[in-house]
Design a protein around this ligand. Structure first.
Ligand code: CA
Length: 224
């Protein structure tokens, strides 16, 4: 795969680049945010790895600018700022994943591979709808009857998954795998907790519990 790496720490960039090449990827490199944006705007990459703090242009502005240009290439942000707020800010800027430094190369590679396995957004609908609810997958915005709804990244991912699987029963196992990437039962109420928060934000008339099976979504007037 064709990966663009934008990172100003030479040693780290060389280490990441070498590892990705050894795993069969083609890597192009920029050491500044502005040159990275230029390459990304003009090029066709399968994935970008972008450091947050960069000379020329910071990583988040780079990602926002790319999204505004309509570029949907998956972006993994690297950052020394690993706090929850920083991660949320990164994801809200349009990044697909966020990896705090320092990291093990194995973890970077696992996340890169997970992002590359996702079908490109361009082949899927960008706007998901259910009744008067709309989810914009590119701008990462949700509205109901035109009013903006603020969701945490995991709630957004959960809603996105539900909307992509309308008209079917969505099991807890599907949600754990599809939204959390858990292929085991974490023995917690993680799904129920997030579902309850999501319902309280988008309205409880859209997400229905199917007793003993899971969940299903349908528009309030689509019962017939
Ligand atoms: Ca940096």
């Amino acid at each position: 795969m064709n990966i663009l790496l934008v990172e100003d720490e030479d040693a780290l960039a060389a280490y990441v680049e070498k590892g990705l090449r050894e795993n069969g990827h083609h890597v192009e490199y920029a050491g500044r945010g502005d040159s990275g944006l230029e390459m990304a705007s003009g090029g066709n990459y399968d994935l970008m790895i972008v450091d947050r703090m960069l000379p020329g242009l910071d990583g988040l502005t780079l990602v926002k600018t790319l999204r505004d240009q309509g570029k949907h290439c998956p972006v993994l942000i690297l950052s020394n700022l690993g706090g929850l707020d920083d991660r949320v800010e990164g994801l809200n800027a349009g990044a697909d994943d966020y990896l705090p430094k320092p990291f093990a190369f194995a973890e970077l590679l696992a996340r890169v591979n997970a992002l590359l396995r996702r079908p490109p957004l361009s082949q899927e609908p960008q706007l998901l709808k259910l009744g008067d609810l709309e989810l914009d997958r590119i701008r990462r915005k949700v509205t109901r009857a035109g009013a903006a709804i603020t969701l945490q990244p995991r709630e957004f991912a959960l809603l996105e998954y539900l909307l992509l699987h309308q008209d079917q029963v969505i099991t807890r196992t599907m949600l754990l795998a599809g939204v959390w990437n858990f292929h085991f039962n974490p023995k917690t109420h993680i799904v129920e907790t997030h579902m309850s928060r999501l319902r309280s934000k988008v309205g409880s008339d859209l997400i229905h519990t199917v007793r003993g099976s899971g969940y299903t979504v349908r528009a309030p007037n689509a019962d017939a």
